[in-house]
Design a protein around this ligand. Structure first.
Ligand SMILES: [Zn+2]
Length: 190
């Protein structure tokens, strides 16, 4: 993927948006923030507030390490599996290192940081978002979309919702139909 990725799915919980920076199912997941430029494009497209950081201060290896830990934690939580100790420790260490205390700001629905600390604060805010999501007893109903080529984490708005979007639901239905009826599937795929 290039920095031309259109981040149309952002606007979810910040931890979900951060985890959803790869796309695809299983081993075929594609990296969407493999360069500082791509990560910058994600920061700019992300609607949630994030601390300002200079490109020169971004350690992409640390970003990806934390993204992978966040992704594993959310996927385990969505499947009702136990969370890995190493991943928990990584997230907690990033929150502690940043000392990110959120303070009230003047506009309802917004907040600010006690100190502007650049890159560590960015990782800390992303880590705090993961804590916030996974500390909820309902986990905000997070689930994994099983549509072909998707694999994104999303919030179920109904109990039995299986796809993150109507587009994914349509693709999954076409795919299922094709497997059941190869001739009809060939027509539908054109
Ligand atoms: Zn999907």
């Amino acid at each position: 993927m290039t920095s031309r990725t259109r981040w149309i799915w952002l606007g979810d919980h910040l931890a979900v948006d951060f985890a959803n920076t790869t796309i695809g199912l299983g081993v075929r997941r594609a990296e969407l923030i493999g360069t500082v430029e791509e990560f910058r494009a994600w920061i700019e497209a992300e609607p949630a507030w994030l601390p300002a950081v200079d490109d020169g201060d971004i350690e992409l290896g640390q970003v990806l390490e934390q993204r992978d830990a966040t992704d594993r934690l959310l996927r385990c939580a969505a499947r009702g599996m136990p969370l890995a100790t190493e991943d928990i420790e990584l997230i907690n260490s990033r929150v502690r290192a940043a000392g990110v205390s959120r303070l009230l700001a003047t506009v309802p629905g917004t907040s600010r940081l006690a100190a502007d600390a650049g890159f560590p604060a960015l990782l800390g805010v992303l880590g705090a978002a993961t804590v916030d999501l996974l500390a909820r007893d309902d986990l905000a109903a997070i689930a994994i979309c099983e549509a072909p080529g998707c694999g994104q984490i999303f919030h179920r708005s109904r109990r039995n919702q299986r796809w993150c979007s109507p587009g994914c639901g349509n693709r999954a239905r076409v795919d299922r139909h094709r497997h059941r009826n190869p001739v009809a599937g060939a027509v539908a795929a054109r």
